[in-house]
Design a protein around this ligand. Structure first.
Ligand SMILES: Nc1ncnc2c1ncn2[C@@H]1O[C@H](COP(=O)(O)OP(=O)(O)OP(=O)(O)O)[C@@H](O)[C@H]1O
Ligand SMILES: [Mg+2]
Length: 404
């Protein structure tokens, strides 16, 4: 059963007794209007529309009593909600204090919230067949009308900096005002939660996973679901299923960009993703040693196998600037351009080898956050700008227009 915003919000009880609020509209309306712009920090919807405001009353001493129903007990962002409600109500005329109390939604109420923000469970989470993109669950990013650009960050071989590039590009895009998510598709060697500093587990609301956010970027990773130190030993079908859940059960809320940190090589995961994300763009990361034939061939083979367009090459670890101010090309030079030429795509940029980039990854504070004015951070920004503008599809999608 679909539950409208109205009916959820309608369950809340608002009352106000102060004379200070009597001018113009009713107390009820004034309190509601003051609370309406307050968004739940996880779901990014009005707490009024979500039915979280259960009670609001202003007494004769100017104290507003507010009762907020959290979606889950122990909600990690409870303090943030408190701050937001305080900030919305404290400036109202006649208010001397905001007294905030919390309760927790029932299962039924959570179900209603989930339906409101993420649709029917039958279309998405844990129900029905897991079966590619055509039957069973719908991957929203496969839809021609989707505004999200999925960016697959891949490479021909491991250890070239895919995850570092993914995290910093994502942060740079977010800093430029885009909404951004990361799917850590490296199921066996996940690293995104640590690199992004997103160490809080996803919140689960009626089977829907709300991804944690760090530095303005949301992410999901198998790292949140396996006990620390334990290896993932899944095979094909399980990998497929995990990726499907990352794309369907997670509340991404239509980001502008969804970056996919690919595992090294060209395995099952690339194949599954190409099925789920037929509109994805591939960006290949490489190091600068004159491209071994093999690496170029692998990247090209991956793209051909999954039938997705390679958009550009990113060269990483291109030079190191010594204390003497000179640039040393430790891993040689020209590999990025050579690979780009072989694939017939532009070289999007070259990144230096800097200890701060590795440290940022280890500490969960990417260099784009820790040292935004550094050369490396500026280069990430330049690449992010080019991806957002130059590589944008020229096609105009209109979801309302259906031909045939
Ligand atoms: N430009 C750079 N300067 C300094 N260190 C870097 C740079 N790029 C990556 N690194 C470091 O190199 C190591 C490998 O990088 P990263 O994990 O991003 O590569 P990857 O391609 O994702 O590896 P894998 O194939 O194992 O997933 C990490 O320790 C990372 O911090
Ligand atoms: Mg990696």
């Amino acid at each position: 059963m679909a539950v409208s915003n109205q009916s959820i919000a309608g369950r809340a009880h608002f009352r106000c007794t102060s004379v200070l609020f009597r001018e113009g509209c009713s107390f009820h309306d004034q309190l509601i209007e003051a609370l309406r712009p307050v968004e739940d920090p996880e779901l990014r919807r009005s707490i009024v529309d979500l039915g979280m405001v259960r009670h609001a009353e202003l007494d004769d001493h100017g104290v507003v009593d507010v009762l907020i129903a959290l979606t889950v007990a122990g909600c990690p962002l409870r303090n943030e909600i408190t701050n937001r409600v305080q900030a919305a109500l404290a400036p109202l005329p006649g208010v001397t204090r905001v007294a905030l109390d919390f309760t927790v939604m029932t299962d039924q109420e959570r179900e209603a919230v989930r339906e409101m923000v993420h649709g029917s469970p039958g279309d998405t989470a844990g129900h029905g067949q897991a079966h590619g993109h055509a039957e069973g669950r719908t991957v929203p990013f496969a839809d021609a009308g989707s505004k999200t650009r999925p960016l697959l960050i891949s490479s021909g071989k491991g250890g070239v900096g895919k995850s570092s590039v993914t995290v910093n590009l994502a942060v740079a895009l977010a800093q430029q005002g885009h909404s951004v998510g990361i799917v850590d598709a490296d199921i066996y060697g996940f690293s995104i939660p640590r690199m992004l500093g997103a160490d809080r587990d996803p919140v689960v609301i009626d089977g829907m996973l709300v991804p944690p956010e760090s530095h303005g970027v949301r992410c999901i990773s198998i790292g949140y679901f396996v006990p620390e130190g334990q290896a993932v030993i899944w095979r094909g079908p399980m990998l497929h299923k995990a990726l499907e859940q990352f794309l369907t059960d997670v509340y991404w809320d239509e980001p502008d960009f969804l970056l996919i940190d690919m595992p090294p090589g060209t395995g099952d995961i690339a194949l599954s993703l190409s099925q789920y994300l037929p509109r994805a763009e591939v960006y290949v990361v490489t190091t600068p040693q004159p491209a071994a034939q093999k690496v170029a061939a692998l990247s090209a083979a991956m793209a051909a196998k999954v039938n997705l367009p390679v958009k550009a090459v990113i060269e990483n670890m291109s030079w190191f600037t010594g204390d003497d101010g000179k640039r040393y090309e430790i891993f040689g030079s020209g590999g990025g351009q050579e690979l780009a030429d072989q694939l017939g795509v532009p070289l999007l940029g070259k990144l230096p080898l800097v200890p701060e980039l590795r440290e940022g990854g280890d500490d969960g504070v990417p260099i784009t956050v820790a040292e935004p004015d550094s050369e490396a951070a500026q280069l990430f920004h330049e690449m992010a700008r080019r991806i957002a503008v130059e590589f944008r599809s020229k096609k105009v999608f209109n979801a309302a227009l259906k031909i045939g």
